[in-house]
Write a protein that binds this ligand. Sequence first.
Ligand code: NAP
Length: 253
Amino acid sequence: MTQSNPRVAIVTGAARGIGAATAVRLAEDGFAVAVIDLDEKQCADTVAAIEGAGGRALAIGADVSDAAQVDAAVTRVAEQLGAPLVLVNNAGVLRDNLLFKMSEEDWDTVMNVHLRGSFLMSRAAQKYMTEAGWGRIVNLSSTSALGNRGQANYATAKAGLQGFTKTLAIELGKFGVTVNAIAPGFIATDMTRATAERVGVSFEDFTKAAIAAIPVGRAGKPEDIANTVSFFAGEQAGFVSGQVIYVAGGPKA
Ligand code: NAP
């Protein structure tokens, strides 16, 4: 891989948080990066950070749960940056509620973005990876996959992504494509900030309470996850597939 002909990576939900840090990290690793998020304009800061450091990036607005938008986005990546050989399925939403208050819409929205979105993106991108005989897919699961109060929808989707990961690893391995999942614990982003707001606690207090249960004694940063994606995306991880790594400052969060 050279700067004049870099491999191409796609990161979804890359306008902010873990996705933005991952896009920047993969650009530092030498990838040209497609920065996909719902609104193309929201991708500007991530693209500017990559280009400012001498990398190559392309902003694309697409809803990962919409098949036509996904196919158009992945085709555009292939045409404008090159065949995508790394895919990070990071886009995510929360619609937390206790089961008796959870609407069908809360359930469907979470399933659509996390599960349908990862399925559609992976199906569209695998074509380029299998043709090249090399590829990397990294799915964002969560410690919530182990169960979390108020997150029946999210926990189910994040556990589902682990089964999805292992199955794609089995199907795509013979084409040189590895598929792994990262299950973050508490990471300080807009997502955890929104949860604090929803439960009526300041983000500072919410973070302090989370840290009290984290063995390494600090909150996670988006870069902690980006570093792990970087490992999975590299040559050195070619014999690691179908794995779920908990990046949570301890065995669980
Ligand atoms: P975040 O700050 O809320 O960022 C998520 C991004 O995904 C946003 O830019 C959002 O766009 C985008 N997005 C949402 N729906 C989309 C769709 N249908 N199509 C395309 N993009 C969409 O979240 P984060 O904390 O960085 O989390 C990133 C991933 O890590 C998620 O999958 C999350 O579930 C997982 N995770 C996070 C934590 C944590 O503690 N933060 C822990 C475990 C797992 P908008 O801004 O337009 O909505």
